[in-house]
Design a binder for this molecule. Sequence first.
Ligand code: ATP
Ligand code: MG
Length: 235
Amino acid sequence: MKEKILIRIKNLERHYKSGEGIVRALDNVSFEIKKGEFVAVMGASGSGKTTMLRILGLMDFPTKGEYSVQGLNVEELPEEERTYYRLTQLGYVFQDYALMNEMSALENVYVLSLMEGKSKKEAIATAKEALNKVGLGDKGNRIPDELSGGEKQRVAVARAIAKKPMILFADEPCANLDTHTSEQVLEVFKILNEKFGQTIVMVTHEPWHTKYVSRIINLKDGKIVSDKRRRNGFN
Ligand SMILES: Nc1ncnc2c1ncn2[C@@H]1O[C@H](COP(=O)(O)OP(=O)(O)OP(=O)(O)O)[C@@H](O)[C@H]1O
Ligand SMILES: [Mg+2]
């Protein structure tokens, strides 16, 4: 089967104006991401990881360069279509789980689907399926305060995947978790990727996280310094 390219960026740049001049947060970056890849974006603090994720996730605009997603030229997308695409096709997980405390885990997962116009019955069914996928099928009634950090993050993952996004983006999803709970979250990502074919782009600092992924892109000062796919290991 022909491999399907979901994301294609070419000569991408993102400059920020700062007191001293211009920061090239992304400097001539090009790559493609295929359907089914689990990509780790790594690099030191300030190397441009979040900047890259925000552009790929349609939360920010590049200063220069080309970006197409599923063959659509992002630059040419009208704002409304861009927003619609972001809401329906892309999922996000951040460091702080951003759950609503007065709502149960299940409600946290289905509230967005309700806002998108799904019936309550359909929204609940989808949310339950997503909670099952992250291993929390039995904890849907708990509020976030009654869950561990790792469980909260898995609820956030369930919320992100409930709409069955084409790509799941995660910016340091384990930054606030200890090793053991990080493993549980990464294990969930791995299952989503391997069993359900979920394409994932995850920013991380931790070298040990790379054992879960299929590809590692390393950034330094806004440039790609290495890009390796797993064959038998990353050598
Ligand atoms: N809004 C902004 N205005 C000015 N400079 C910015 C802004 N956001 C990021 N930068 C700069 O761009 C560069 C890349 O930042 P970015 O947040 O992408 O790094 P990062 O790799 O995610 O770092 P960390 O690991 O600390 O999260 C840094 O030099 C940063 O100071
Ligand atoms: Mg960052």
